[in-house]
Write a protein that binds this ligand. Sequence first.
Ligand code: FAD
Length: 325
Amino acid sequence: MSRKVLVIGEVREGSLRNVSFEAIAAAKTVAEGGEVVGVLIGDAVSALGQELIQNGADRVVVVEDAGLKQYTSDGYAQALLAVIDAESPEGIIMGHTALGKDLAPKLAGKLSSGLISDATAVEEAGGNIVFTRPIYSGKAFEKKIVTEGIIFATVRPNNITPLGKDESKTGDVSSLTVAIKDLRTVIKEVVRKASEGVDLSEAKVVIAGGRGVKSEEGFEPLKELANVLGGAVGASRGACDAEYCDYSLQIGQTGKVVTPDLYIACGISGAIQHLAGMSNSKVIVAINKDPEANIFKVADYGIVGDLFEVVPLLTEEFKKLKVLS
Ligand code: FAD
């Protein structure tokens, strides 16, 4: 059964986030040969329409309004509901990001639809669209189908392979005028936490430090390794609580969920709440002085040793490999 599926293109600092392209790939599966319609919401975002098309959307609808310059669930919900009203989609896919986690439940409530959140895979099986999502803090996976109404899902960043960019692809980018009104929240200014380099939740490589780094300066060797590998630095709550780093770096049940290709845990014991945020990473390397540390149970490669010796050695080795390649 072919369907029309809307995909929300998520824009941050003027660029589309990768998860938008992953959502398009998920939407293609849900559409089963039907139409994938990208949706861009913001102040001046229409220029990004062709990029969504080059990454697999068939066409794009843009809602632009000064009231949409900053994300508010009120404003975006008004815009998206207007697009849904105009397009009557059978599916809606967005990223399971801070935006998606806030907006999707609100919309599902307004539409009286179900919502499959945090999907890590989607496939067609036995005549159904089947979503896989982690449960019990990533200890198990469940498979879900939608039995009636709109197929509405959020997809976890870094899990679904994007279709790839085809720069020759063109398509229609149209705009829909929506009068955004009665906003209950107005964002006057966004003050970003100083964060260097790669976005943690989308990083392909994460170097995470725990209480074992012992101080703010203890993160320096981790930052160096992250720089060499083009990755991002993360942390356990232990490290955040000890004020070695900012809470924006926290990974886990009450922090960010990451699924990079490579996760290097340095001086992290592997508490269940930490594992909830990283155990689905593709390759996990643990560096810990304690051979009994729980983190080794989820690690693909374990190094029993002092992180202050091991991390600089790894950095040097990776530097050599980079020179050779
Ligand atoms: P520790 O448990 O103290 O481990 C430090 C590790 O470093 C040890 O294993 C030690 O052997 C090793 N080490 C020390 N020195 C070195 C060295 N020089 N070289 C190598 N290894 C060394 N935690 C999270 O991370 N994320 C969450 O989202 C989260 N949410 C929580 C929610 C709730 C409701 C609760 C109750 C707890 C939560 N926690 C969370 C906290 C969690 O239970 C742990 O306390 C925390 O993860 C421990 O952090 P840690 O592994 O850095 O510290």
